[in-house]
Design a protein around this ligand. Sequence first.
Ligand code: FE2
Length: 365
Amino acid sequence: MTQNTCLPFNGTDYVEFYVGNAKQAAHYYQSAFGFQPVAYAGLETGHKDRTSYVLRQDKITFVLTGAMHPDSPIAEHHKQHGDGVKVIALSVDDCKSVFDEAVARGAKVYQDLKTEKDEFGSITTAGIHTYGDAVHIFVERKNYKGPFMPGFVAWDPPYKPEDTGLLYVDHIVGNVNWDEMDKTADFYRTVFGFDQLISFDDKDISTDYTALKSKVMSSDNFKVKFPINEPAHGKKKSQIEEYLDFYIGPGPQHVAMATDDIEATIAALRNRGVDFLDVPDSYYNTVTERVGKIDEDLDVMKKHRILIDRDDEGYLLQLFTKPVEDRPTFFFEIIQRKGAKSFGKGNFKALFESIELEQGKRGTL
Ligand code: FE2
């Protein structure tokens, strides 16, 4: 690979959350989001330090991991950050060549190259650090047929709520400190060979109170997209700053999950108790002027509080959950793309006004 060639990623392999109680978190992702049980690791599989549950919905795999002892790095991570994303794992065909190239381009090693085997075959992984305490693990699983990885056993409980139509990870956003967006974007440019798709500054994304800057870094095949946010100065505290205060530093802010029927997906998620951001009624008074004609019935979009945005290539429908843990940190986005390749910039102002309503209730504006 020559310098600045994009590393060959096939997409997101899995996202691992370090949580306070993996068993209960697994139940939440089953019951609220319709993820299906896949695999388990814990005391019964010889893991003394952790319990992990693996859940899947179509191409989205989540690993929920909790610590078994206070001196474990998992417990330390949880004490510091609360529930949050530790690993953004990326699928590769040749782990060694991707890892060697990333390290040669300056990546800091988190986990050396490791091949693990069981009766289902072998998996090779290696990991590097990214912003904050988050890491990327490269996963080569072409020689493996088991449920998840060596060290895990199939987990097949009778409780299997229906899925909610979530299909794949569209993008994963990171929040970084003041003045660190450029440095982080440069890391993805230099180490992964990513291109910058879009950038916004505080003139694009600000309300009376809050502001942010953002750069979207993407692999050349668009299968891995990482928008990077940093706070900008507003009259009051930016939502990015609120995240940094409560997460105690930079970290993954949201995972966007794609659906091809956002109305059905949002209706199902709401039915199961997932909380979404409030969108003001007034949003729907002006949205048609901004986005033009859409295939969907606007009244239905309004009923489910779905946001709409348009770019040169089409439009997109999206909605954001409220934070899914005690701290106002990590949340999810549900997105349906109808041609648009962007991320909903036009919705940011409407969204921010909505987030500020929530911040106001928490007294953190
Ligand atoms: Fe997003």
